[in-house]
Design a protein around this ligand. Sequence first.
Ligand SMILES: *Cc1c(COP(=O)(O)O)cnc(C)c1O
Length: 469
Amino acid sequence: MNEDDFRKWSRTAADWGADYRETLGERPVRSRSAPGEVTAQIAKTPPEAPEQMEAIFADFERCIMPGMTHWQHPRFFAYFPANAAQVSVIAEYLVTAMGAQCMLWQTSPAATELETVVLDWLRQALSLPEGFSGVIQDSASSATLAAVLTMRERALDWEGNKKGLAGHPAVRVYTSNEVHSSVDRAIWISGIGEENLVRIPVSGAQRAMDTTALEAAIRRDKNAGLNPAGIIACVGGTSVGSTDDVAAVCAVARKYGLYVHVDAAWAGSAMICPEYRHFWQGVEDADSIVFNPHKWLGASFDCSAHFLQDPDSLVKTLAIQPEYLKTHGKDHVINYSEWSIPLGRRFRALKLWFLIRAHGLEGLRTMIRNHVLWSEHLAQKIAETPDFELVTAPMLSLFSFRYVPTGTRDLDELNQRLVNAINDDGRIYLTQTRVDGQLAIRFQAGQFETTEQDVLSAYDVIRDCAATL
Ligand SMILES: *Cc1c(COP(=O)(O)O)cnc(C)c1O
């Protein structure tokens, strides 16, 4: 490809992207592709001779697009959002064109310095105290793993990396049974082991960890000679938005010298609005906090903001400097690869900078407030509809409900059929979860361009589909 072709096809791609976004609402949200259908469209062997871009691009539309689920669709109400505000997509075009690998300060000083500045913008936007330093991780899962490794090293007097875990009393980590599966994986990968992840039961409408039970578990472990290392609190759990009392968790942690990591992967974006900050009251006492601007704030995937009270303990856990990575004479710069698990780093700060400047914090707050308000209205409407009930009340823009016509023997089966019918219909996309063993249908509004009309239209689709069962 020569420079002229590059220019031509870059323009084609940009036009394609704009057309796609403009007409997105007309497509079914979830892909209708059957397993193997995409595979069957693609050549089994790689071409020996070069092919024309025209043919490659045409095949992209023909073979690939039918197999895509549209996460930027305004009626995507499944899982949590993975937003890509247009302005952040533009920043990603630029980043992709440069293709810089930003592992060290010197491998692109602007990437490092902008990351420091925009993470401090985010810190201010969330109203976290000045003591917190931020870093962009590829995902909340990586941030949680980094936090768990830090807890482990701190509890082992920084000897775990060198000597392994054998020969030490078991390292113990505490969490509720509502946390994301990334916590389980962090515990597996860190070598702490699933049996040393102590699950504290939840109680109350917020499904918060019972901190009396938490303290009792820590005491019991200490008395048994085990090594309590840290607590993972959750604000806005993935299933139905379970939210721990962060202040109470931090108070227990302080008493026993434990490290606290707060997983607010989805809900953290809402904390740019002062009126929602009660959901993580006490967060300034946490050691580590993660939230994903790629979920609700509008930064395109991937972009996970990780804030640390004491980044030195993270660096002490993860930094390694073989000769080929030494940056002689550049001792007072940040090398963010020492703050994360992969060495290589994409330039992720640019899209945040573009996003926050183009929309302003006030624009982003309005978007989030609207989603919460519209979701609350929809929840109320569903609650008032005969044969429907709310299973969990709205936590920000997330709630869950069930279809409960009288005389139904298997409500779980019926509700699964309803989810399937809704998603086959294609106008909206919802997913299910389990709450206290029962199947419930989740709804969340969070797509950047969703409108009140889009949210309300979910009501008609849900009722239409229920009527067909
Ligand atoms: C989405 C989510 C995660 C995982 O986020 P990734 O960035 O995909 O790793 C973790 N915790 C919670 C509460 C989430 O909602």
